[in-house]
Ligand binder design. Sequence first.
Ligand code: UT7
Length: 343
Amino acid sequence: MPEATIWSVGGYAPPHIITNEMLSHRMDTSDEWIRTRTGIHERRTAGDDETTASVSVNAGQAALQAAHFDAADLDWVIVCTDTPEMWSPATACFVQESLAASHASAIDLTGGCAGFLQTLQIMSPLAAAGKRLLVIGTELLTHALNWNDRTTAVLFGDGSSAFLLGPSDEGVPGIRIGLGLSRSDGAQSDILGKPFGGTRFPITPDVVLEGRLHTIRMEGPKVFKHAVTLMSDIGRRVVQEASLGLEQIDWIVPHQANQRIIDAVTHQVGIPTDRVFSHVAKFANTGSASIGLAMADMLEQHLIKPGQRLLSVAFGAGFSWASQLFYVDQIPPCEFRHDGQPA
Ligand code: UT7
């Protein structure tokens, strides 16, 4: 039976670097606090001329060019994001047009920071059945931050990543998508999200005047606790259900939210730290883009080798959490665009 395979990977980190030091001039925080509580040193922000669609196009083009794949041969363009171009139409439609994916259907999916893995789990059967998909995870989270709220403003960054997916039986080498699980608990929807601006809490002049309620709100310590417990649990379950042992996992590729969360999961799962990838220091939390960006960086650094098994774990608004196994048959081509300079 053919399986869904990652044929190529693209990544785009927007050019403007904002260091912790720069943030400390803008709000009551410090480089030392941010580093010790989160492991973050800097994050990227999109330029004034960039939007969710344009950064998605950048990552999508990177994946297509790496594979020398013609966008006209795509069946689907999917953008996974919590920070869309607009309410309607879907961001993916703008991306489809810009990429000239002339035969593709385009749709957005929203799942918080676990959304990229959830999207892969929904879309993998299509790729296994012979469709060619461009799955893009993008966030412009710095557009959704309350810059007066130091508890959230220091955590997030902008970015985009893309996987070109197809079936495993067409002679295109890559990373096979294995067993994945995901879960949600809507009873915890109030601990992390951007509640204003939808139909329950529309944006009115009062809402805006009352204090930027259309931005991300989070109960940090609760999110931290759920993230560690639920990611550890679902990661172990995926390994067990795939009849593997943890010693057979070569790399954990966690959602890049916070180094303390990554360390706590590493400890709870009981896997050596040198098998856990992190670049949260450089890019901070890029939501739906995070796991794809991590994979792009790992490929660029030649950390991923043929024959390895990777396990991703993620959590985010919903509350949702997910885990996904990947089998590296061969190294897929990858283009990671990440040149940056201080904003
Ligand atoms: O994709 C999901 C994204 N969310 C996350 O990953 C967040 C998960 N949560 C966390 O990582 C942590 O809860 C935080 C990093 C957000 C906060 O760390 P904490 O150790 O839980 O700190 P805290 O919220 O308990 O706050 C401790 C102190 C407070 O001051 P007081 O009340 O002790 O005087 C905060 O006001 O730290 C203060 N504080 C800050 N100080 C300097 C909070 N944010 C900052 C800041 N700079 N940026």
